[in-house]
Design a binder for this molecule. Structure first.
Ligand SMILES: CC(C)(COP(=O)(O)OP(=O)(O)OC[C@H]1O[C@@H](n2cnc3c(N)ncnc32)[C@H](O)[C@@H]1OP(=O)(O)O)[C@@H](O)C(=O)NCCC(=O)NCCS
Length: 149
């Protein structure tokens, strides 16, 4: 019997699941934009993601149930990883599972470095990344401004 948990490429059929995960209150609070996405924004975002050969979306699935998602965005030899796990499945290792699997996937896609952006207050995310071999890169500072305020 094979591993019953799979990380598979996302398809259009995952749109509703991805929107639910995107608009989960903790995901919103820990995102850089800090607001939910409307269905229209989500549809546009997903269409762009599927059209962009540098963006790779994955669904963590168990026996037909979607548990979480991961995304790799390639930029030359760099890859950026982001992820989210459905609230009811958090705290049991799935975040780390996605990170480890996508670290290998980024390497397979040709990346030489892999990075992630997390809010300093997102303790679960920081712990997950630090547990999986990431370190805090204090050579860089991320600057941002809100354009929708
Ligand atoms: C961040 C996130 C993806 C982590 O996924 P997860 O499946 O909950 O994480 P894991 O179970 O693999 O655990 C990661 C670490 O946080 C700890 N942790 C996570 N949730 C916890 C909880 N509810 N209670 C206690 N500890 C928790 C784990 O013990 C682990 O730390 P350790 O390696 O030091 O033991 C998930 O919390 C999430 O989807 N959050 C909302 C979206 C988000 O913040 N995405 C990341 C943006 S950078």
């Amino acid at each position: 019997m094979g591993d019953p948990f799979v990380l598979r490429p996302a398809t259009l059929a995952d749109s509703a699941f991805l929107l639910a995960l995107r608009n989960d209150p903790d995901t919103v609070a820990n995102s850089l934009v800090r607001r939910p996405a409307s269905p229209e924004e989500h549809t546009t975002w997903l269409a762009r993601a599927f059209a962009d050969s540098d963006t790779h979306l994955y669904i963590l699935e168990h026996q037909g149930t979607s548990l979480g998602m991961g995304r790799l965005v390639m930029c030359h030899e760099d890859a950026e990883l982001s992820l989210a796990v459905m609230p009811q499945y958090r705290g049991t290792g799935w975040g780390k599972f996605i990170i480890v699997a996508l670290r290998a996937e980024a390497s397979r896609l040709g990346a030489r470095t892999l990075s992630a952006v997390a809010l300093g207050t997102n303790v679960n995310s920081l712990r997950a990344f630090l547990s999986c071999g990431f370190h805090i890169d204090d050579r860089t500072v991320r600057l941002a401004c809100d354009l929708f305020a």
